[in-house]
Design a protein around this ligand. Structure first.
Ligand code: CO
Length: 509
């Protein structure tokens, strides 16, 4: 790099580092709010976080930063650029963030912040009073604002909805998603019907009571086995499990424990552990740059779901974990056979609630939400018809109609806070995890004998090299193409699900 380019480079990266660190502080406050904060501190905390977020936003959109970054962006695009591949990727991603943030008029951002906060309160109140009419006007407002934001953000060839989707899953297009969801629905709906015609797995473990302190030790034991580094991370308790990657040296996982819900805790821990390994897997040298950040929500979810489902719901995993679990909970597992246990952790049953869904029906919940969003944004669906349309689709995909809107379209917080285009990333993550794991299996044919001994280091290592250390150097589409040799498709997930559940439920294909 010539010296003036070097000076711009240093300037941009230093500025970026400052507001990244302001964001780190916000993340710690957010983590603290969900785990340790005294209940009375809410109002002060909200103000503190608002100040930090405004400060970071001011820095991230300042003209001083924009001008220096603009010069680097020109350089990155020139044919004989002096920037290497990594540097070009950094500049491209910084420019993407900057131009997105600068596209939204300040007034609109302000109105969205205010409206979504009130809308979430209305959602919460409507749920308490079981009266959707208290929420519907707010849903109408959040949709209108999201449409307006999408119109500002969209680029050539994108719909407004695509532009919203792009925030969470850069490069994704609703036209491609439509195909993926159609394929999934076509495969999964008949499979669920077949499963429902088979006897339901039963076991005393489903009604057992599980000591919470032992559950916590068991969680740490599993995370250790996965290779989660407790010198650079923590595990705590929160109402809804989450992962906060403050820095690769400071990754905070949460889970939850209840005596009656052991499996919820177990799979939440492994799920968040998968997210945590991604956050711990970035290279230190790229700290505070986009090369030490996740590509997209979909790719993030691919890491958590791969560990949760492909690993921790597999038979080879339990070959190792079953005797270990018996050491932790001898009383609960007395007289329970391996097969009985394995069938119970893979029990499939369509239900109303997305977050309680098994790995077979989960994506049908997302297909439903994607279809609703698509119709709300581009298909002329009116807010007043949301409940009836939801029930119709739920019947079609899951074979059930929710008992009440609270267990239907009002169950998730997402729409109340204006998160449209977010749900599809859950399914993208599931599809990616199956396609990635397929490649891992073919590259390491001996993996089963290692899993059976509780050795997952080969998998972790492979994910570190292929996914984590890459940061945002590639788009999600390019990464999947590069690692698996093909674009993302529903086929690998469907094949994985079919072969596993045909065997479990003794279904002839
Ligand atoms: Co997740």
């Amino acid at each position: 790099m010539n010296s003036s380019l070097q000076a711009h480079w240093d300037d941009v990266l230093n500025q970026r580092k400052t507001f990244t660190q302001i964001n780190s502080a916000s993340m710690l406050l957010a983590w603290d709010q969900e785990t340790k904060m005294p209940a009375g501190a809410g109002a002060h905390r909200a103000e503190t976080m608002a100040v930090l977020s405004a400060l970071a936003h001011e820095r991230a959109t300042s003209s001083q930063y924009g001008e220096a970054l603009g010069l680097l962006w020109e350089e990155a695009q020139s044919l004989n650029s002096e920037l290497d591949f990594d540097q070009q990727a950094i500049v491209r991603e910084l420019w993407r963030d900057y131009s997105r943030q600068s596209k939204l008029p300040g007034k609109l951002v302000e109105e969205m912040t205010k409206t979504t906060s009130l809308s979430q309160q209305a959602w919460s109140e409507a749920r308490q009073k079981e009266d959707p009419s208290l929420f519907l006007p707010w849903l109408e407002k959040t949709i209108a604002l999201a449409k307006e934001a999408g119109a500002h953000l969209r680029e050539e060839g994108q719909s407004s909805y695509d532009a919203l989707l792009d925030e969470y899953e850069p490069g994704a297009r609703s036209a491609d998603l439509k195909v993926l969801f159609q394929d999934l629905v076509a495969d999964l709906v008949p499979l669920v019907k077949k499963i429902e015609s088979r006897p339901e797995p039963q076991s005393s473990v489903l009604s057992a009571s599980w000591d919470v302190q032992k559950q916590e030790k068991w969680s740490r034991f599993l995370l250790d086995a996965m290779g989660f580094d407790f010198d650079r991370g923590r595990l705590d308790v929160s109402e809804h499990p989450f992962t906060e990657g403050v820095h690769t040296t400071d990754v905070r996982l949460t889970t939850r424990y209840s005596e009656k819900e052991f499996f919820d805790s177990l799979f939440s821990t492994v799920h968040e552990g998968g997210h945590g390994l991604y956050e711990q897997g970035f290279l230190d040298k790229w700290s505070c740059t986009p090369l030490a950040e996740a590509i997209s929500l979909g790719v993030h979810e691919s890491q958590s779901r791969l560990w949760e489902n492909q690993v921790a719901r597999s038979e080879v995993f339990w070959d190792w974990a079953w005797p270990e679990l018996q050491k932790f909970f001898p009383e609960n597992l007395k007289g329970v056979g391996f097969d009985e246990f394995y069938r119970v952790v893979n029990k499939v049953k369509p239900g109303e609630i997305r977050v309680d869904a098994d790995e077979v029906t989960y994506n049908l919940h997302i297909a439903l939400r994607f279809q609703m969003e698509h119709e709300l944004f581009d298909g002329g669906l009116q807010v007043s018809d949301v409940e009836s349309r939801w029930n119709e689709l739920s019947d079609q995909y899951l074979g059930l109609v929710p008992q009440s809107p609270m267990k239907g379209f009002m169950q998730d917080v997402h729409w109340s806070v204006g998160l449209f285009g977010y749900f599809p990333t859950y399914t993208l993550g599931n599809l990616m995890s199956a396609q990635l794991f397929q490649v891992f299996q073919s590259k390491f044919p001996n993996y089963q004998s290692q899993f059976k001994q509780g050795d997952f280091s080969q998998l972790k290592q492979w994910l570190n090299t292929e996914i984590h250390q890459v940061g945002k150097a590639y788009s999600a589409n390019d990464l999947i193409q590069k690692v698996t040799g093909e674009p993302l498709q529903a086929r690998y997930f469907s094949e994985y699900i079919k072969s596993k559940y045909h065997a479990l439920y003794q279904i002839k294909s």
